[in-house]
Design a protein around this ligand. Structure first.
Ligand code: GAL
Length: 350
């Protein structure tokens, strides 16, 4: 029997029912160890939309670290093979066909184009190879095409709301954001890929949070920098040229782009975030450094380590044909698992 995500279950209760939860990474799920492991070797494929994205690579690193830990604990050989789809959906489709042909036990997929999951799901369903899609959320119609398709991610709207909250908290603590005193917050928004759920919802909900708190806002400019630092730097240089000191806040759909904006500000002689506050999302190490150095007001932790741990756990259980129950207190349904975000500012950074 294959595992399904179940509503959170208390670990001690599961213990009392006779199951033993594994230590290490698959302790996200209570695996019934009385069931014999049906395989001595499992092979999982991890297909990434591109391998130059630091956030996605952090998820991947966590998957690999978990596989290594689990191999030691379970004495099952665990092979994790990674494929780079190089921003190319048709290349990704071919790569997945290859993994199907080679009879991988389970596949984790970071789609290139999140609305192009349908064909992939048809193929893995025919081959009966379960998949865990992550980070780029397919549309519900595709998710519902087969039982053995799972999604692990974080709620995009929540990240946007938290960005708004970071700014609101700063204002409440006396930070003057409205530099020109016109009663309106003039902002620029660096956006991720068009059509990506994290671009659309993060942008929308960050502003909504501000407006719901009674602030008036005005967008001076918003444009995509495709999640990338270099593109964000160029965009920001353009905006500084155009708007100069009129920019009162820089909201960025991710940290990479926020870091690009910082470089642009530094080049143009705006020395730190005290001049123009910048808020990102992801919680990359370099963003945390920038916050400590007062170059960024804050970020929202998009917990890549925990997402990787959950992805590995699910893959392992699916690949090993074990039954399982979801045990940690994360929001989940049969097919979806959501890892919560967390606000990071200088105050809670040690
Ligand atoms: C987002 C993340 C971005 C980028 C994107 C790729 O969740 O915040 O930095 O990695 O996923 O899909």
């Amino acid at each position: 029997m294959r595992g399904k995500f179940k509503k959170a279950f208390l670990l001690f209760l599961f213990g009392a029912l006779g199951g033993v939860s594994l230590a290490g990474c698959s302790n996200l799920f209570a695996v019934d160890q009385t069931e014999a492991l049906q395989k001595t070797e499992i092979r999982v494929g991890v297909v990434l939309y591109n391998t130059e994205d630091p956030f996605v690579m952090r998820i991947y690193d966590s998957i690999v670290a978990c596989a290594e830990q689990e191999e030691e604990i379970s004495h099952t050989k665990i092979i994790v093979d990674v494929l780079d789809s190089e921003y190319n959906q048709s290349l990704q489709n071919t790569q997945i066909e290859q993994l199907i042909k080679e009879k991988y036990d389970a596949i984790a997929i970071n789609l290139v184009d999140r609305v192009e999951a349908s064909n992939i799901i048809d193929k893995v369903k025919d081959a009966e190879i379960p998949i865990v899609i992550f980070n780029r959320e397919p549309v519900p119609q595709d998710m519902n095409k087969w039982n053995e398709v799972y999604y692990i991610g974080s709620h995009a709207a929540e990240a946007g709301e938290m960005q708004g909250k970071i700014l609101l908290d700063a204002i409440q603590k006396g930070r003057k954001i409205d530099k020109n005193g016109d009663g309106i917050i003039q902002y620029v928004m660096l956006e991720g890929e068009p059509g990506h759920q994290d671009s659309i919802l993060r942008s929308y909900h960050s502003i909504k949070a501000l407006e719901e708190a009674g602030l008036k806002t005005e967008s001076l400019a918003m444009d995509t920098a495709m999640w990338q630092r270099a593109q964000a730097k160029d965009k920001m240089l353009e905006w500084i040229e155009k708007f100069g000191n009129k920019v009162e806040v820089i909201l960025s759909n991710n940290d990479e782009m926020a870091l690009g904006a910082i470089t642009a500000l530094e080049e143009k002689g705006y020395l730190d975030e005290k001049t123009i506050p910048i808020i990102g999302i992801d919680g990359l190490d370099q963003a945390l450094e920038a916050i400590k150095a007062d170059k960024m007001l804050g970020t929202v932790l998009n917990n890549a380590d925990e997402q990787g741990r959950a992805i590995f756990s699910k893959l392992y259980i699916l690949a090993a044909n074990k039954s399982s129950q979801f045990v940690l207190d994360y929001q989940s349904t049969d097919k979806y698992l959501w890892i919560p975000h967390q606000i990071i500012t200088k105050e809670n950074l040690k």
